[in-house]
Write a protein that binds this ligand. Structure first.
Ligand SMILES: [Zn+2]
Length: 253
């Protein structure tokens, strides 16, 4: 566990290190990068560097972690916190990467009876642990990078969960700056979430993937993906939701 002064000292040292090989080429391959201002690009590069050097990276299932892998994941995670107060996801000291989608056991309450627990295995693109690591599938990351206009992004999704978890309950409400912001957050998010659930139940299509209708926490992570990947489409389809997410992620824009 780092003490705050030590963290600051160590991060200053990291910022003096040279950028890893092909850093710029890798970072420029990210769809959202060209939309950033000059000062945002500078900040993104700095945050990316800290995440790159500070986290423990672990390849799972035979996957080899390279500088490219670390740069691409760090830069996408950096975009999420670029314009908000943050501590470089300090509760996620490790990032684990599988070559492909991976299996996670899930415990679910059975709809058949009270208190009956069902255990099942689900195939996942990513997973974020409360006060723990983030796990990602590399093939899913590449698929998202190659199809940016679908609006999906597993790195943004999992790191948005990490922000939600900072508020100590995973319910789709991250730490906000004022009572006023909490009030509009609860109102707009509840409203938009319920609309998506209704659309799912009635088979009405929507820009937002119906995985977002799973629960409010997934709704926040899924809509965050659209906010960063296809902001223009989200703004057209869900203007109130877009402005709410913008007030959180990019308050000064
Ligand atoms: Zn999720």
């Amino acid at each position: 566990m780092f003490w705050p002064w030590w963290k600051e000292f160590s991060r200053k040292r990291i910022l003096k290190k040279p950028f890893p090989e092909n850093f710029d080429t890798n970072i420029q391959a990210l769809h959202f990068y060209s939309r950033l201002s000059v000062s945002e690009k500078k900040n993104l590069r700095a945050i990316t560097k800290v995440i790159f050097y500070e986290k423990n990276w672990e390849g799972c299932g035979g996957f080899k972690i390279t500088d490219e892998v670390k740069t691409l994941i760090s830069a996408q995670a950096a975009r999420v916190i670029l314009n908000i107060k943050h501590d470089y996801y300090s509760r996620a000291m490790s990032i684990l990467v599988y070559p492909d989608r991976f299996i996670i056991p899930q415990v679910k309450r059975s709809p058949l009876g009270h208190g009956v627990i069902q255990k099942e295995k689900v195939v996942a693109h990513g997973q974020a642990f409360f006060r723990g690591p983030v796990i990602l599938s590399w093939s899913s990351i590449l698929e998202d990078m190659n199809n940016p206009f679908r609006g999906r992004n597993v790195v943004i999704h999992e790191f948005a969960h990490k922000l939600d978890m900072l508020a100590d309950s995973v319910d789709g409400t991250p730490l906000l700056s004022s009572r006023k912001q909490y009030k509009s957050w609860v109102k707009i998010m509840t409203d938009e979430y319920q609309k998506l659930v209704w659309k799912y139940q009635t088979g009405t299509s929507d820009l937002i993937d119906f995985y977002g209708a799973t629960n409010p926490a997934e709704f926040f992570s899924v809509t965050s993906e659209y906010y960063f990947m296809v902001p223009h489409l989200l703004k057209m389809a869900h203007p109130e939701l877009f402005h709410l997410l913008a007030s959180y992620y990019d308050p000064k824009k």
